[in-house]
Design a protein around this ligand. Structure first.
Ligand SMILES: [Zn+2]
Length: 123
């Protein structure tokens, strides 16, 4: 298990990341609103407008997902269950938590989970 100081450090990273995402999402929304207000003059502009909005939307969705994971991690820190794999219950190595502080699976379970998700996406 990471010790108190290590958890505090990871918590600070999580909170900072959370604030970044929140301001990014707000910026994306403002950008999309701005794009919508612009006049569309020809087909090319429209294509650009759609692809920009689409990309912004994708980024926002991805960030909302990450935000959810960060919230989960912060809850786990409060509950004292942070750093434990959701699937098999082993302690997630500190190196992995430092690289991805909101990781909920150990490396092995993450691989299994990703393979399963890919299989489901294909079916
Ligand atoms: Zn695991």
């Amino acid at each position: 298990m990471p010790n108190k100081q290590q958890i505090d450090e990871l918590k600070a990273i999580l909170i900072e990341r959370k604030e970044n995402i929140l301001s990014n999402i707000n910026n994306s929304r403002a950008n999309i609103d701005q794009l919508k207000e612009q006049e569309i003059n020809d087909e090319l502009d429209y294509a650009e407008l759609v692809s920009d909005s689409f990309t912004e939307g994708m980024i926002a969705n991805h960030q909302v997902e990450e935000l959810k994971q960060i919230e989960d991690s912060l809850k786990k820190i409060d509950a004292g269950t942070y750093g434990i794999c959701d699937m098999c219950g082993v302690v997630i190595p500190l190196g992995r938590l430092k690289a991805k502080p909101f990781a909920k699976f150990c490396t092995e379970c993450r691989t299994v989970f990703e393979n399963e998700t890919m299989k489901r996406a294909k079916n």
